[in-house]
Design a protein around this ligand. Structure first.
Ligand SMILES: [Mg+2]
Length: 229
Protein backbone atom coordinates (compact mmCIF):
# COMPACT_ATOMS: atom_id res chain seq x y z
CA UNK A 1 0.00 0.00 0.00
CA UNK A 2 1.31 3.44 -0.88
CA UNK A 3 1.08 5.87 1.99
CA UNK A 4 1.07 9.64 1.96
CA UNK A 5 4.46 11.27 1.38
CA UNK A 6 4.79 12.70 4.86
CA UNK A 7 8.10 12.26 6.69
CA UNK A 8 8.28 13.31 10.34
CA UNK A 9 11.73 13.30 11.90
CA UNK A 10 12.95 13.37 15.47
CA UNK A 11 15.45 16.21 16.07
CA UNK A 12 18.15 15.20 18.59
CA UNK A 13 20.50 12.51 17.31
CA UNK A 14 18.37 12.07 14.21
CA UNK A 15 18.52 15.34 12.25
CA UNK A 16 21.20 16.94 14.41
CA UNK A 17 24.12 15.27 16.14
CA UNK A 18 23.23 16.18 19.71
CA UNK A 19 25.97 14.02 21.23
CA UNK A 20 28.70 15.76 19.19
CA UNK A 21 27.32 19.17 20.19
CA UNK A 22 27.12 18.10 23.83
CA UNK A 23 30.74 16.93 23.75
CA UNK A 24 31.77 20.34 22.39
CA UNK A 25 29.78 22.07 25.10
CA UNK A 26 31.41 19.90 27.81
CA UNK A 27 34.86 20.71 26.40
CA UNK A 28 34.11 24.43 26.66
CA UNK A 29 32.63 24.13 30.15
CA UNK A 30 35.49 22.10 31.59
CA UNK A 31 38.14 24.10 29.71
CA UNK A 32 36.87 27.40 31.06
CA UNK A 33 36.77 26.11 34.63
CA UNK A 34 40.07 24.29 34.64
CA UNK A 35 38.40 20.90 35.02
CA UNK A 36 40.06 17.67 33.90
CA UNK A 37 39.42 15.22 31.07
CA UNK A 38 38.07 12.82 33.70
CA UNK A 39 35.59 15.47 34.78
CA UNK A 40 34.51 15.87 31.15
CA UNK A 41 34.07 12.10 30.80
CA UNK A 42 32.01 12.06 34.01
CA UNK A 43 29.69 14.76 32.62
CA UNK A 44 29.21 12.89 29.35
CA UNK A 45 28.39 9.70 31.21
CA UNK A 46 26.03 11.52 33.58
CA UNK A 47 24.12 13.03 30.65
CA UNK A 48 23.51 9.49 29.35
CA UNK A 49 22.87 10.63 25.78
CA UNK A 50 20.46 13.31 26.92
CA UNK A 51 18.29 10.95 28.92
CA UNK A 52 18.93 12.60 32.31
CA UNK A 53 16.64 15.62 32.81
CA UNK A 54 18.69 18.80 32.40
CA UNK A 55 17.75 20.10 35.85
CA UNK A 56 19.11 16.94 37.51
CA UNK A 57 22.22 17.11 35.36
CA UNK A 58 23.04 20.64 36.48
CA UNK A 59 22.19 19.91 40.11
CA UNK A 60 24.77 17.10 40.03
CA UNK A 61 27.35 19.25 38.20
CA UNK A 62 26.80 22.11 40.67
CA UNK A 63 27.36 19.81 43.63
CA UNK A 64 30.33 17.87 42.30
CA UNK A 65 32.39 20.82 41.11
CA UNK A 66 31.17 23.36 43.66
CA UNK A 67 30.56 25.89 40.90
CA UNK A 68 29.43 29.26 42.28
CA UNK A 69 26.44 29.82 39.93
CA UNK A 70 23.06 28.46 40.98
CA UNK A 71 21.64 25.54 39.00
CA UNK A 72 19.17 27.80 37.16
CA UNK A 73 21.93 30.03 35.89
CA UNK A 74 23.99 27.07 34.63
CA UNK A 75 20.93 25.77 32.85
CA UNK A 76 20.15 29.16 31.28
CA UNK A 77 23.69 29.49 29.93
CA UNK A 78 23.48 25.97 28.52
CA UNK A 79 20.17 26.72 26.81
CA UNK A 80 21.75 29.67 25.06
CA UNK A 81 25.01 27.98 24.08
CA UNK A 82 23.98 24.44 23.09
CA UNK A 83 21.91 25.43 20.03
CA UNK A 84 24.93 27.35 18.73
CA UNK A 85 26.99 24.15 18.77
CA UNK A 86 24.44 21.94 17.04
CA UNK A 87 25.01 21.01 13.42
CA UNK A 88 22.80 19.29 10.87
CA UNK A 89 25.19 17.39 8.57
CA UNK A 90 25.17 18.72 5.00
CA UNK A 91 24.18 15.35 3.49
CA UNK A 92 21.10 15.39 5.73
CA UNK A 93 20.14 18.93 4.67
CA UNK A 94 20.64 17.90 1.03
CA UNK A 95 18.58 14.75 1.56
CA UNK A 96 15.68 16.70 3.06
CA UNK A 97 15.73 19.07 0.07
CA UNK A 98 15.63 16.06 -2.26
CA UNK A 99 12.68 14.63 -0.37
CA UNK A 100 10.71 17.85 -0.76
CA UNK A 101 11.59 18.07 -4.44
CA UNK A 102 10.22 14.54 -4.77
CA UNK A 103 6.91 15.72 -3.31
CA UNK A 104 7.38 14.84 0.35
CA UNK A 105 6.20 16.99 3.24
CA UNK A 106 8.92 17.09 5.88
CA UNK A 107 8.36 17.83 9.56
CA UNK A 108 10.09 17.65 12.94
CA UNK A 109 8.58 16.13 16.11
CA UNK A 110 10.72 16.76 19.16
CA UNK A 111 10.51 16.63 22.94
CA UNK A 112 12.23 19.49 24.72
CA UNK A 113 11.91 23.10 25.77
CA UNK A 114 10.63 25.48 23.11
CA UNK A 115 13.45 28.03 22.97
CA UNK A 116 16.13 25.36 23.07
CA UNK A 117 14.71 23.15 20.31
CA UNK A 118 13.67 26.13 18.20
CA UNK A 119 17.20 27.53 18.51
CA UNK A 120 18.60 24.27 17.14
CA UNK A 121 16.13 24.22 14.23
CA UNK A 122 17.08 27.78 13.22
CA UNK A 123 20.83 27.59 13.76
CA UNK A 124 21.27 24.24 12.04
CA UNK A 125 19.56 25.51 8.87
CA UNK A 126 16.73 23.00 9.24
CA UNK A 127 14.28 25.90 9.29
CA UNK A 128 14.82 26.30 5.53
CA UNK A 129 14.30 22.66 4.57
CA UNK A 130 11.25 21.56 6.57
CA UNK A 131 7.54 22.35 6.26
CA UNK A 132 6.80 22.51 9.97
CA UNK A 133 7.55 21.24 13.45
CA UNK A 134 6.02 20.48 16.82
CA UNK A 135 7.98 20.91 20.07
CA UNK A 136 6.60 19.30 23.24
CA UNK A 137 7.60 22.32 25.33
CA UNK A 138 5.19 24.61 23.51
CA UNK A 139 2.32 22.18 23.01
CA UNK A 140 0.38 20.42 25.70
CA UNK A 141 1.75 17.03 24.73
CA UNK A 142 4.94 15.14 24.03
CA UNK A 143 6.14 11.95 22.41
CA UNK A 144 5.24 9.12 22.61
CA UNK A 145 1.64 10.39 22.85
CA UNK A 146 -0.05 10.75 19.45
CA UNK A 147 -0.98 14.46 19.67
CA UNK A 148 2.47 15.89 18.97
CA UNK A 149 2.68 13.84 15.75
CA UNK A 150 -0.75 15.10 14.73
CA UNK A 151 0.26 18.71 15.37
CA UNK A 152 3.47 18.33 13.33
CA UNK A 153 1.52 16.75 10.45
CA UNK A 154 -0.99 19.59 10.49
CA UNK A 155 1.83 22.14 10.33
CA UNK A 156 2.95 20.29 7.20
CA UNK A 157 -0.60 20.61 5.84
CA UNK A 158 -1.11 16.87 6.20
CA UNK A 159 -3.12 14.55 8.40
CA UNK A 160 -1.67 11.46 10.10
CA UNK A 161 -4.94 9.69 9.26
CA UNK A 162 -3.61 9.49 5.71
CA UNK A 163 -0.45 7.77 6.93
CA UNK A 164 3.17 8.73 6.63
CA UNK A 165 6.49 7.94 8.27
CA UNK A 166 8.22 8.66 11.57
CA UNK A 167 12.01 8.50 11.66
CA UNK A 168 13.96 8.59 14.92
CA UNK A 169 16.48 7.04 17.30
CA UNK A 170 14.31 6.49 20.36
CA UNK A 171 12.51 3.12 20.52
CA UNK A 172 9.67 4.42 22.65
CA UNK A 173 9.25 8.09 21.75
CA UNK A 174 9.80 7.65 18.02
CA UNK A 175 8.93 4.06 17.17
CA UNK A 176 6.11 3.22 19.61
CA UNK A 177 4.89 6.81 19.36
CA UNK A 178 4.99 6.73 15.57
CA UNK A 179 3.17 3.40 15.33
CA UNK A 180 0.48 4.55 17.76
CA UNK A 181 0.04 7.75 15.74
CA UNK A 182 -0.67 5.55 12.70
CA UNK A 183 2.67 6.03 10.96
CA UNK A 184 5.23 3.68 9.48
CA UNK A 185 8.57 3.91 11.22
CA UNK A 186 12.31 3.92 10.58
CA UNK A 187 14.68 3.38 13.48
CA UNK A 188 18.10 5.05 13.42
CA UNK A 189 20.55 2.85 15.31
CA UNK A 190 23.48 5.30 14.88
CA UNK A 191 25.74 2.32 14.37
CA UNK A 192 25.97 1.89 18.13
CA UNK A 193 22.62 0.52 19.27
CA UNK A 194 21.20 -2.35 17.22
CA UNK A 195 17.45 -2.84 17.54
CA UNK A 196 16.92 -5.16 20.51
CA UNK A 197 13.20 -4.90 20.86
CA UNK A 198 11.37 -2.54 23.13
CA UNK A 199 12.68 -1.78 26.61
CA UNK A 200 10.79 -3.44 29.43
CA UNK A 201 9.02 -0.36 30.75
CA UNK A 202 6.12 -0.67 33.16
CA UNK A 203 2.94 0.71 31.66
CA UNK A 204 4.27 0.81 28.10
CA UNK A 205 1.13 0.03 26.11
CA UNK A 206 2.90 -1.66 23.21
CA UNK A 207 2.71 -5.26 22.00
CA UNK A 208 6.05 -7.03 22.54
CA UNK A 209 6.41 -7.77 18.82
CA UNK A 210 6.17 -4.12 17.81
CA UNK A 211 9.14 -3.14 15.69
CA UNK A 212 10.13 -0.52 13.13
CA UNK A 213 9.43 -1.12 9.43
CA UNK A 214 13.09 -0.38 8.66
CA UNK A 215 16.34 -0.13 10.63
CA UNK A 216 19.13 2.07 9.27
CA UNK A 217 22.41 3.46 10.59
CA UNK A 218 21.78 7.12 10.00
CA UNK A 219 19.35 9.67 8.66
CA UNK A 220 20.84 9.67 5.18
CA UNK A 221 20.01 5.95 5.07
CA UNK A 222 16.46 6.68 6.20
CA UNK A 223 16.02 9.28 3.46
CA UNK A 224 17.17 6.70 0.89
CA UNK A 225 14.50 4.30 2.15
CA UNK A 226 11.86 7.03 1.81
CA UNK A 227 12.97 8.01 -1.68
CA UNK A 228 12.66 4.37 -2.67
CA UNK A 229 8.99 4.22 -1.64
MG1 LIG B 1 16.46 11.48 19.42
Amino acid sequence: MIVQKLALFDLDDTLVDRLAAFRRWVAEFTGRRGLSKQDAAWMIELDADGSLPTEEFFAAVHERFGVPEPVDMLWDAYRVRMPELVVCPRPVLRGLRRLRKAGWRVGIVTNGTAAHQRGKIYRSGLVDVVDGWAISGEERSGKPGPQLFQIAARRCEANVRDGGWMIGDDPVDDIVGGVFAGLRTIWIDRGIRPWQGLPDLPGLPAPPGLRPDHVVTDTVGAIKVLLGQ
